[in-house]
Design a protein around this ligand. Sequence first.
Ligand code: RIB
Ligand code: CA
Length: 312
Amino acid sequence: MTTPIPVLIDCDPGHDDAFALWLALGSDRLDVRGVTAVGGNAGLSHTERNARVVLTVAGVTDVPVAAGAAEPLERELETAEWIHGENGLGGPELPPAGFELDSRDATALMVDVLTSSDEPVAIIATGPITNVALLVRDHPELHERIREIVWMGGSTERGNVTPYAEFNAWVDPEALDIVVRSGIRFTMVGLNVTHTALVTPEVRERVAAVSNNTGRFGAELLDFFCATNNEVFGMPEGPLHDPVAVAVLAAPETITSVHTRLDVELVGPETRGATSVDLDGMLRREPNVHVVTALDVSAFWDRVVAALRTLA
Ligand code: RIB
Ligand code: CA
């Protein structure tokens, strides 16, 4: 077995963020060194608690969880309760978190993890990328200690919060622009591919058949997530976006990506947060990111279910 990749996970739990955390924690290819929460699907007080609840459900209480940015860099936070509920994890009754929030803020935890690691650390971000932008902006001396950044967000096609913007990009496009311009290896996992990670009835049965706390709690999350995706988008098989970002490192054999050009729209009143991915090289600009274009869906779900089985 290869040495596990040290990772930091920045998230806004969030139903799909929960499965991203569980896939990472249940993968022998990753070593989760810390979790940071950001305002996104719900306010920060919810997302940081939800991150600790999701780890507690899985029996993980020794990974530090720190709270980061409550608001985007330059805008007011807009949340997504229409999909995730008021508390960000609608559906199951939430158990108390089994451990306290770390006393450090997200940046301090990230800095400590990066400086104490023997090797560069990968950052997997599954919400608005504000925390990662603050780290990258304020700590240029640590860029070489970041292996790469993998982010669920954006889209090579249409958006899901406006016609042209995906939610994580739309909430904080300025943060995304900072991270993309940093030159740190960046992989975008957009709606174009996460919309193939559909929670079908068979997937729901497989998760519900995982006879542990995580399987039971996860099954209730999926019931809620599929119901709201059906109400809002007419998609009863909700797309489970965030674990696809984890799969880039935990199951790279399930992923296809291309090296291409990404530019972020910051100013358009109708196009703020649009991710302009120049797949055909029309603009003749230097490629600056990797964009995931395909997922082996069957193998992906096998890996997700296998990871859940390793947890409490
Ligand atoms: O657009 C989907 C993304 O926005 C996912 O990360 C979901 O959790 C929300 O944060
Ligand atoms: Ca998310």
